[in-house]
Design a protein around this ligand. Structure first.
Ligand code: ZN
Length: 467
């Protein structure tokens, strides 16, 4: 989608940022040692070296960003917000054992718990520089209330851009799947609720703050019919498709036993390869799987911390990038990555991939930053709108403080924020509006969220123990 022209009205308010190191993450990886960005309304109006142009009208704020690196806002492409209230459990399990241990608890969530967990997940990400969040929510217990609505409300209140991947599960133990029977929906129920969520909440416009994707959970928790009809539904409604794929060797075995083929062939046979699809993990991919993703434009949400915690393996990110596969980063649910911060994924993507076949040449700091910004925009289908700092794009950006104790002695600004500790966020803008200032959320009470998430975690544990 082409960028509509920035309204050239004298009434539009401007924010001017000057004296910053800037990493634009544009196609040429343009950087400025000291540059400026002018934000007009919700767009980037101009960006370049040196001071901002003089004589700009309606400048409501001028930011001296000395000692800061400005980057595009971070984009998270895979998460399960509800897991915020089941962190620290089943800490020494592989994926299938971990799922079996947690499904019974997850199946007891309600709207109040989901809302609190969404606030916790969103708050932690926003204060760490995430400007576009996503939630793959696939647990909808009967009578649990309007879970999708509560998650979208939390994102909208926090002020971050958001994609809800409306998940579903309909293959339970009685059908050879992994979740217990009481934790799943019917095929018809899942499709109808997903369509309703898209129609109610999806905004297709250039500057959309809320989008919805169709997202059956995984091959081992979803029927083949739901995969196929889910893909048809997404294409009829013009929205994107998301699921988990090729996460573990156990999943590969499951696919061969049940479907007589590996996960990528199974996805292809159900309509799940395409440039409107992105898939979480993709750890166990051979050369022909990677070629199929590249040929079809299927995207990947790389989740290195979760893959390490569940001992799933190392995704072949350098090979995917070389083949032309779009790759973004995901924290994954916080029951398998208690940190819940995207900086951890920038750093772990770089470090963990160096433990793979390509060693120190696997990824560098700038490639890691690209995965967490432009790569995320690509897999969410929003690369013309967000993911890099360019005139005409939406004003989603972060000012990282790199002149403090943690970073001042690191030689290069991008190296500082990727290799170094999580840098403090002095200011983040989403859609031209401040969301974090001096490390604190502007539109939510962090202490209240800490209390409510602890209370809801305890309430969920009590209900799960009683049932
Ligand atoms: Zn996941």
């Amino acid at each position: 989608m082409a960028a509509p022209a920035t309204p050239d009205s004298g009434a539009v308010e401007r924010i001017v940022i000057e004296n910053a190191a800037i990493a634009t993450v544009d196609a040429q990886d343009t950087e400025y040692a000291s540059g400026h960005i002018v934000v007009a309304g919700n767009r980037i109006e101009s960006i370049g070296a040196g001071k901002a142009p003089e004589g700009l009208a309606n400048v409501v704020r001028r930011v001296d960003a000395t000692g800061h690196l400005v980057t595009p806002g971070l984009i998270n492409t895979h998460h399960h917000f509800y897991q915020w209230i089941t962190r620290g459990l089943a800490t020494d399990h592989n994926l299938f054992n971990w799922l079996v241990a947690l499904y019974p608890t997850w199946a007891r969530i309600d709207e109040q718990m989901t809302y609190a967990a969404a606030q916790g997940s969103l708050g932690m990400m926003a204060r760490g520089g995430v400007t576009t969040a996503m939630d793959h929510h696939y647990v909808f217990p009967k009578g649990s209330g309007d879970l999708s609505g509560s998650i979208i409300r939390a994102a909208s209140e926090m002020g971050v851009r958001f994609t809800l991947a409306r998940g579903s599960m309909d293959r339970s133990e009685k059908d050879g799947g992994l979740p217990p029977d009481f934790a799943v929906e019917t095929l018809e129920g899942a499709l109808a609720a997903t369509e309703e969520t898209v129609k109610k909440h999806h905004d297709a416009s250039f500057d959309a703050m809320t989008q919805v994707a169709v997202a059956p959970c995984s091959p081992f928790s979803v029927s083949t019919e739901l995969m196929k009809q889910g893909a048809e539904l997404a294409r009829r409604l013009g929205v994107r498709l998301h699921t988990h794929g090729s996460e573990t060797v156990e999943e590969e075995k499951f696919c061969h036993e049940l479907f007589g083929m590996g996960p990528t062939d199974y996805f292809e046979s159900t309509g799940w390869l395409g440039d409107d699809v992105w898939m979480a993990h993709c750890v166990h991919m051979n050369d022909s799987d990677i070629a199929a993703f590249a040929r079809t434009g299927t995207g990947v949400a790389h989740c290195p911390s979760s893959n390490a915690r569940l001992a799933a393996g190392i995704a072949r990110v350098p090979d995917m990038l070389k083949a032309g596969v779009p790759v973004g980063l995901g924290v994954d649910g916080t029951a398998s990555n208690e940190s819940g911060e995207l900086h951890t994924e920038l750093r772990n993507a770089l470090l963990i991939n160096r433990l793979g076949a390509h060693k120190e040449a696997a990824l560098n700091a700038r490639q890691a930053l690209r995965l967490g910004t432009y790569g995320g925009a690509q897999v969410l289908g929003r690369a013309t709108q967000i993911g890099s700092l360019e005139a005409g794009k939406l004003a989603d950006l972060v000012l990282w403080k790199i002149d403090g104790i943690g970073h001042a002695s690191i030689a290069d600004p991008v190296t500082a924020i990727v290799f170094g500790a999580a840098a403090p966020v002095t200011l983040s803008l989403v859609n031209g509006r401040p969301v974090v200032e001096n490390g604190r959320l502007l539109h939510a009470d962090e202490d209240a969220i800490a209390r409510s998430t602890r209370d809801e975690a305890q309430r969920l544990a009590r209900i799960a123990a009683e049932s």
